[in-house]
Design a protein around this ligand. Structure first.
Ligand code: GAL
Length: 379
């Protein structure tokens, strides 16, 4: 072999080995192809045509950086380690202060799914109108023909207006008590009583249910679900989408009433449905919760904190945002969480850990400084 051929073969071998050995180091700065820390917080990943597309909140500097001044950022990768900046998939509106997604609004936890019927990519996110704190509690929907965008904002709304959930209680159909007419602070302990005894659902029946932290889940049969923190954050709603994924269908359940579940992330493993979520403590981390159910609509049963080891009670200083099924591997899922840095939002870090299953088949999370996809071989 000519010397230069030998050298280039060695270089090639070295590059392909190091490509295979790419690892994930949670909590560190993650550089994109331009050498800039990835800016896709509260995000989720869509696998499409052999590529992972990561969508998340583009944060900016300082505390104000938690509001939306830019939009939803998209990155692409084949191996989940090398991320290419694909630009802003959905931009906030800069020249119209009255627009629902005007700059300075709150646009959180964007998630994108693909509808094979309409051949459109559909983005859902939590929207708070500018200057109204977290009172609006709305859902936003945007659409695109291309996976990386540009997504076009379609509308924002409060879900399931005029529909009772499948597990509605008698109390919800009673006249609204004066207790729930006023505003609450939207956090834990804000309600005058248990949410099953104060009629928040009835209060919001006509104008639609409150929707803050949110996620989407697409089942094997193509049915998609919107999972959102509702009723002043006290109760989670799990809501089937219409076939075109553009709206909530009115077919939904209330779950985990009075548990103040936030940051919901659903996945399916061996025919069972799992949910990882958090408690409701703003940007401060808390202990994650795991639950499982035989069907999307329940009954849901809590299984406790899935984290073990040091800082398990703080979910390793993170809050869930998505569970990513690794393509081409059986039983391989990645927990994606955010380590928020509210004083300088753009510096937030990503905590990604493999979800393992114990001998009883129950998912758990353990801290790993550095890991690669090969951890899934022994699952
Ligand atoms: C968290 C929520 C985040 C963001 C934050 C604002 O509880 O999960 O998405 O809304 O509160 O304080």
């Amino acid at each position: 072999m000519k010397p230069y051929l030998l050298i280039s073969s060695i270089v090639l071998l070295f590059t392909s080995c190091s490509a295979q050995q790419k690892t994930i180091k949670s909590g560190e700065i993650w550089l994109d192809n331009n050498g800039i820390h990835i800016n896709a917080h509260g995000g989720g990943i869509l696998f499409h045509d052999g590529m992972y597309y990561w969508f998340g909140e583009h944060k900016t500097e300082g505390e104000r950086g938690n509001r939306a001044w830019v939009g939803v950022h998209c990155y692409s990768s084949k191996n989940m380690s090398d991320w290419k900046d694909e630009g802003i998939a959905l931009s906030v509106v800069k020249d119209n202060p009255d627009h629902e997604i005007t700059e300075g609004s709150v646009l959180e936890r964007p998630k994108v799914i693909y509808n094979s019927g309409t051949k459109k990519f559909v983005m859902w996110f939590h929207l708070e109108l500018k200057g109204q704190g977290y009172d609006a509690a709305r859902t936003g929907v945007a659409i695109s023909e291309n996976v990386t965008g540009p997504f076009v904002f379609v509308k924002s709304f409060r879900p399931n207006a005029g529909f009772w959930p499948r597990n509605v209680k008698e109390i919800h159909k009673q006249p609204i008590s004066p207790d729930v007419k006023g505003k609450y602070c939207g956090g834990k302990g804000c309600l005058p009583a248990h949410p099953d005894t104060v009629n928040l659902l009835g209060r919001d029946f006509a104008r639609g249910q409150m929707a803050r932290d949110q996620n989407l889940f697409v089942d094997d049969d193509g049915k998609a679900y919107h999972i959102y923190s509702s009723e002043e954050n006290s109760t989670l709603h799990i809501s089937q989408l219409t076939d075109d994924y553009m709206e909530d269908s009115g077919n939904y359940v209330r779950a985990f009433s009075d548990r103040y579940m936030e940051a919901p992330a659903m996945f399916k493993h061996k025919g069972k449905y799992y949910l990882i979520a958090s408690d409701c403590t703003g940007w401060e981390p808390n202990a994650a919760r795991l639950a499982w159910a035989p069907s999307v609509f329940g009954p849901w049963e809590e299984l406790g904190n899935p984290c073990i080891g040091n800082e398990a009670d703080l979910t390793f200083r993170s809050q869930s945002t998505f569970v990513l099924p690794v393509q081409g591997k059986e039983n391989a899922f990645i927990y994606m969480g955010d380590r928020w840095t509210p004083k300088n939002a753009v510096d937030g870090r990503y905590i990604w850990l493999p979800i393992r299953f114990n001998e009883k088949g129950i998912p758990f999370l353990e801290w790993m400084d550095e890991w690669g996809l090969s951890v899934f071989y022994d699952n």
